[in-house]
Design a protein around this ligand. Structure first.
Ligand SMILES: [Zn+2]
Length: 244
């Protein structure tokens, strides 16, 4: 008989029970009872590896734990695939324009980017300062790229705003308002340029049909590589936290 991994209840409250799956490493599972759930659902957050198990109200603890144990190897595989978040702080490295850049303390009045490193003042709020620096740099780069591609296709846009969106890297409204994720400044410059070219192309075609992609290809021939980079690495950009 195969011995089952021990699952221990470590915290119980009205909303959520917390269990731990013993082993190396141990895995914490947040178990939530739901009146709406029809079946048990086990999820691993791609962002931080948080494990949640939603169970319908009538299901007994014992059944839920058996369900968990049956899926242990699946669970461990997915948890170990999730990379931890990176806090933008002294000693850490974050991507800037595609380059992994260490954050160091230096005798500077404000954040400076030099020799592939972020230099931050002593005793400053490093995360907030770096985030502000990234947003400024993103605005410059995205405005420049948007102006460039808008010029190439001969259309103007109305305004440009930055957000921290998880679901999309950019958007273009029918009124010609461009929106981008400022996290694009962490990606290689050509990837940022591609997103700008893509959104600007929507000034002509408000859809993703063949004509739209033809415009993108005309103004940004290597777009496939950049799309692939975002698919493969985009999650990395969201993994950086700033503790603001
Ligand atoms: Zn689009």
């Amino acid at each position: 008989m195969v011995s089952k991994t021990l699952v221990r209840l470590i915290d119980r409250n009205a909303e959520m029970d917390r269990y731990v799956l013993d082993g190396e490493p141990s895995v914490t599972v947040f178990m939530r009872r739901s009146t709406r759930a029809r079946r048990m659902v086990l999820r691993v957050s791609r962002l931080d590896g948080r494990v949640s198990l939603t169970i319908p109200r009538g299901v007994k603890d014992k059944e839920a734990l058996a369900f968990l144990q049956e899926r242990e190897s699946w669970l461990r595989k997915h948890v170990s695939a999730v990379q931890p978040t990176i806090l933008a702080s002294v000693g850490a490295e974050i991507l800037f324009q595609g380059v992994s850049s260490p954050i160091i303390n230096a005798d500077v009045a404000r954040v400076a980017y030099q020799d592939g490193m972020f230099q931050v003042p002593y005793n400053g709020r490093t995360g907030a300062q770096i985030q502000a620096y990234l947003k400024l740099a993103a605005r410059d780069a995205l405005a420049q790229a948007s102006d460039h591609y808008a010029g190439v296709i001969g259309r103007g846009y109305r305004r440009l705003s930055l957000r921290d969106t998880r679901s999309r890297w950019g958007s273009c409204s029918s009124q010609g308002a461009l929106m981008y994720s400022w996290r694009l400044i962490m990606a290689p410059p050509e990837v940022l340029s591609y997103v700008a070219a893509h959104e600007v192309a929507h000034l002509v075609e408000m859809n993703h049909g063949p004509q739209f992609w033809q415009i993108v290809a005309d103004i940004f021939p290597d777009y496939q590589d950049c799309r692939k980079w975002l698919r493969d690495n985009g999650e990395q950009l969201h993994r950086v936290t700033f503790d603001t």
